[in-house]
Design a protein around this ligand. Sequence first.
Ligand code: ADP
Ligand code: MG
Length: 678
Amino acid sequence: MSTADFPFPVSTATQAKLAKLNINNIWDLALHLPLRYEDETHITPIADARAGIPVQIEATVIHQQIQFRPRKQLIVQVQDLSGHVLYLRYIHFYPSQQKQLAEGKVIRALGEIRHGFFGDEMVHPKIRTDIEQGLSESLTPVYPTVNGLNQPALRRLIQAALKHLPDDDTLPDELLQQLHLPPLLQSLKFLHSPPPEYSVQDLHQGTLPAWQRLKFDELLAQQLSMRLARQQRLKGHAAALTGDGHISKLLQTNLGFALTSAQQRAINEIKTDLAQTHPMHRLLQGDVGSGKTIVCALAAAIAVEAGFQVAIMAPTEILAEQHYLKFQQWFASQGITVGWLSGSVRKKARENTKTELANGTLQLAVGTHALFQEDVSFHNLGLVIVDEQHRFGVAQRLALKNKGSDVHQLMMSATPIPRTLAMSFFADLDVSVIDELPPGRTPIVTRLVNSTRRQEVEKLVQHTCIQGRQVYWVCPLIEESETLQLQTAVDTVAQLQAALPQLNIGLIHGRMKSTEKAEVMAAFAAGTIQVLVATTVIEVGVDVPNASLMVIEHAERMGLAQLHQLRGRVGRGSAASRCVLLFSEPLSDLAKARLKVIYENTDGFEIARQDLNIRGPGEFLGARQSGVPMLRFANLEEDLPILEKARNLAPLLINQQPQVVRKHLQRWLAQRAAYLGV
Ligand code: ADP
Ligand code: MG
């Protein structure tokens, strides 16, 4: 529990509620910005209200009724001075609301007008009956809150906080003038009680100076802390890893393919880093299937040649296991010892592996985050490789950081962050990008198929298998219940087996023991299982090049990144591959937009960009990209110019005004400990 600290009385009960909102002091309160604003400063005649824009109307209730079909709902008919009629509709309602909306009452309703089947309507509008109160003088902020803490109470607390905040800006006046930014306190006051001449639409624009100031402060804090971390790292010491090339040479000879030039470039960059005496901190980015694994294996080879141990960590057992098998195949033949450590390894074997890691018998260790538990120690760890880095939680990243402050780190991710963005945002991360796919791949053909046509898809499965290829069949994601999800997967196997009796159908799901999972994966890789029914556990990294058909059920429920990752499981060999996205009607607008993007695009970077676009505008209060520490105010796509400003200023401040740096970081890092974790 964090201890709360307010300069005015706040009851313990309220403190507990505030704590749920991560509010523990007056700065937290002041930075708890409105989610949106309501305009109760004037009345709009119903006749003038445009659809989709929130308005306040004032009208008399002329009729009230409870309907039972298609479901129970309260329908209230109101009419205003313009003579227009509007229906207020409540699907959930209390007797008190019925009373409030009795016939003859004059009320104000705030909401968006829709043109419904029966005429113009407002669904669940906010009602005021105290109309003698007159209109508000400023826009009303609406805050994110928790149960039991209502808007007026929260508003009062925030206003009190603003009164108590010292007018003590972290950035000097001259600097603010140069940057054309307003003081922080003034910006906060503006956003919490905007003057009436601003419209709700204006306030939602991130270009308002007050918003710009907050975004700038946030990004500056981020840039400063990253840059300081980098300075720290460059001062740190790590063993320079240079090899004689004997392992990597043999490894490449045995591959059966040549590296793409993008892979070659990436490994060269890594090689240069590894030869330095300070720790590498490099992100290897490449779309699904671009061939990151061999690049990291070559990096591992350099470290082993130099006489150091390497740890390779993956977020799931399946993925870690695959890497283990690959590394076995690539390295064991050269007499290099490869160990395996995951949560499911039995105690005795685990103790054994730990001993061998500690005494240096094992040169390579592959595993899950079990590799970085406190009780694991290494003889001479030189390089840590983290696959699908963004899938690890903050705690796991920290554990890794503690273990490896003086070792070289290579992170890998298929989550596309545009390169310029990645470079400027992660000031402490160098980025290598594999921007081409291995040759000879035929593009995956994506089809959107209504689930009513499932039988045709089953035929396609059969056809694919007859040609000697293999199939993934991904079961729907059921977020509410893992048991239900499992049940669905079992049913799917039975259904497919009944429809396609001559095929060998396997099942893999998250609840299986890892040994069972490994057996199934091995059978699929060997081709004895032709159709692999899977829950989304196969989402990351699974690599069976002979699989050429991917069927995804209820694709409309999945996010774009997930669909892209899943689809990337096929198209890994030379055969023309297909991805069938089964969907069920009705489709929400969001689902439609997503399916369109995945249908039209194969490039992960483009998909990520459009993903952000689709989700974008509604999230103006903070963009969340996986793999990027959460930003509360800035949005990396829109705010690139602000990021550039912050990025340019950071080194100047560090060199010339260390006291400003200290002050700014103190204020902002106290707010957002999350900045610290990459
Ligand atoms: P990802 O970047 O998604 O981790 P992988 O490393 O799993 O991709 O590689 C995908 C597939 O491409 C693997 O089957 C791998 O053996 C193959 N591959 C990688 N590099 C090349 C290359 N240069 N030429 C041909 N095939 C390659
Ligand atoms: Mg991979």
